[in-house]
Design a protein around this ligand. Structure first.
Ligand code: CTP
Ligand code: MG
Length: 237
């Protein structure tokens, strides 16, 4: 048993990475600052992390030119400037977390509707397992192909998961993984931990933790948000 199993919420931190430019979305402002239902994606993401009740400290990692704006939008949240790629932004966020945070979640602001229950489940599982990613079974059949598009094989879908964030880690493990993986092309934090040969577990993900990448995704998220608000609106009428 290691210390993180007993960590109270105050010892749990979350780095919300929001320093990307959102090239594929193509909005006038960086993606995390695009509004959805009148509130930025970054605010949606941070609000859900806080509502989980499972996280004591939140660090938002943002583009340099939006630092002051983020401080305004997110009272009580530490705001730092990100780096050239996602992993540099995660590293900047980790450095800004108080030393006492022994468990850390890493979350994409682009997955802004990831629900509080998912956040709490990832924290709980991380305490037991040390490194956790939420994932969903694939609905489509998947083909592996070569550069010419010729099919190499069809992996068994039952053994595959599409992974999401928040991902949860024993902090010391994640810092070791980032240190060892600096400069590598691995895109997610769990991938860096895997490269150390340390176990990573997949726990059930959530459809609302979809990542907003394109304008279509933003439209889909707007619909999901409207659907989620609908029961309360009906009760009020
Ligand atoms: N991210 C970051 N710092 C970077 C690049 C990405 O903090 N240098 C964050 C994004 O803000 C996002 C998450 O990592 O919340 C996932 O990245 P992605 O969806 O690729 O966002 P962008 O890089 O902004 O979008 P694009 O790749 O289309 O430019
Ligand atoms: Mg990107």
């Amino acid at each position: 048993m290691t210390a993180h199993h007993d960590a109270p919420d105050d010892l749990v931190g979350c780095v919300v990475v929001a320093a990307g430019s959102g090239t594929r979305l193509g909005a006038a402002v960086p993606k995390a600052f695009v509004p959805l239902g009148g509130v930025t994606l970054l605010e949606h993401a941070v609000a859900r992390v806080r509502t989980s009740g499972a996280v004591g400290h939140v660090v938002a990692v943002v583009p340099d030119e939006l630092h002051a704006r983020a401080v305004e939008l997110l009272p009580g949240t530490t705001v730092v400037t990100g780096g050239a790629d996602r992993s540099a932004s995660v590293a900047a966020g980790l450095q800004a977390l108080p030393d006492r945070c022994a468990v850390v979640l890493v979350h994409d602001a682009a997955r802004c509707l990831a629900p509080p229950e998912l956040v709490a489940q990832v924290v709980e599982a991380t305490r037991r397992l040390g490194a956790v990613v939420p994932g969903l079974p694939l609905v489509d059949t998947v083909k592996r192909v070569d550069a010419a598009g010729r099919v190499l094989d069809t992996p068994d879908r039952a053994g595959l998961r599409a992974v999401q964030t928040p991902q949860g880690f024993d902090r010391a493990l994640l810092e070791r993984a980032h240190e060892a993986g600096r400069g590598s092309s691995v895109t997610d934090d769990a991938g860096l931990v895997e490269r150390l040969g340390e176990p990573v577990h997949v726990v059930p993900g959530h459809p609302l933790a979809l990542k907003i990448t394109t304008a279509d995704d933003l439209g889909r998220a707007a619909q999901l948000l409207a659907d989620a608000d609908a029961p309360a609106a009906r009760m009020g009428s």
